[in-house]
Design a protein around this ligand. Sequence first.
Ligand SMILES: *Cc1c(COP(=O)(O)O)cnc(C)c1O
Length: 400
Amino acid sequence: MIRESRNKATLSVWAGEEKYLMDTVTQVPVVHSVSFGYDDLDKWRDVALGKQPGHIYGRNTNPTVSVFEEKVRQLEGAEAATSFSTGMAAISNTLFTLLSPGDRCVSVKDTYGGTNVIFNKFLPKFGIDFVLCDTTDFDAIEAEIANGCQVLYMESPTNPTCKVMDIERLAQKAKSVGATVIVDNTLATPINQNPLELGADLVLHSATKFLGGHADALGGVVCGPVDTIANIYHFREINGATLHPEAAYLLIRGLKTLALRVERQNSTAMQIANFLSEHPFISNVFYPGLKTHLNHEIAVKQMRNFGGVLSFQLATDDFDAVRMFLPKLKYAHRAANLGAVETIVAPPATGSHVELTEQERALAGIPETLVRYSAGIEDPKDLIEDLAQALDTTHAALSG
Ligand SMILES: *Cc1c(COP(=O)(O)O)cnc(C)c1O
């Protein structure tokens, strides 16, 4: 197209933009454009009606965001995937798409804090019934499924005590009553576990954690059958919790090293779990890779490896010990996050479960002196030495 105006106002808008860009770039461009232009009105209409591939408006779809969705779709072995501004948007949009007034949802007590709030506070407002079972009491979960439900919502491993749910067994039971099975696979990552292969209908992630891996972008994604994902996508498109293209770019860049990072984090977390199991100032270590873990056998059955997150309990009831211990770690952020290249530690008492009282935490099986540890990609020897010095000096100070 030839544009002849020399007017500065017109030039500043149109100069240099004679053609739609980018056929040969090797790296995924961040497409900030909110809308997508069509000279051919018939094509525009066909794209808008979904009869031809393409993009119309950024709240709905965007080329950068689509690349992110396609990567996760293939990693999870799903028919389709759609993305969200955060992990919580993925979870809430999925639940609100699937559930209607009068429906019932079966889940467990150990879901992510925000998910728990959706169950306890927001679903009831819309006349949706729910029951939260003990996470590893599979007989009780099966009994609740048999009482009738439209959705079975699982998370495995859980945060922060790394409980493992028998996805295959529970999914099978849920299918027998016609329920949709959802699994939050954030902690496992698609490198270690693919819930769709175990019978789940939908798998979702907080991409903020391991998928992005650098603690610099929020995002969420859900994968599953074409029809269900189309419904969830439609709700998200209208609800507006769209993943930003800039965040999508950071997540794509992070995803390129997902396997490398997670393999390293698997191995480091296992070494650290073994080290801590032997340490006199540690009373409990929670990691699915340990033979002593309550559900080790199920973890072995359904996971290829056990992930980068573990938790452990100092051998004292005194929270002051945690106060003293955590700041001594040289190679860890003390922050409310996990799954990044840096090691991150957090006590649930100030992090993931800060809103519960001490008593409620005890009821949820979360000791006050528990520490969640998300292994980064540092040298595992450095991390173990760091833990050793922090534990030993804290122990000495407390017993001195
Ligand atoms: C962090 C997290 C979420 C929520 O993700 P956001 O991106 O923070 O909204 C959901 N599930 C699990 C297991 C998480 O760790």
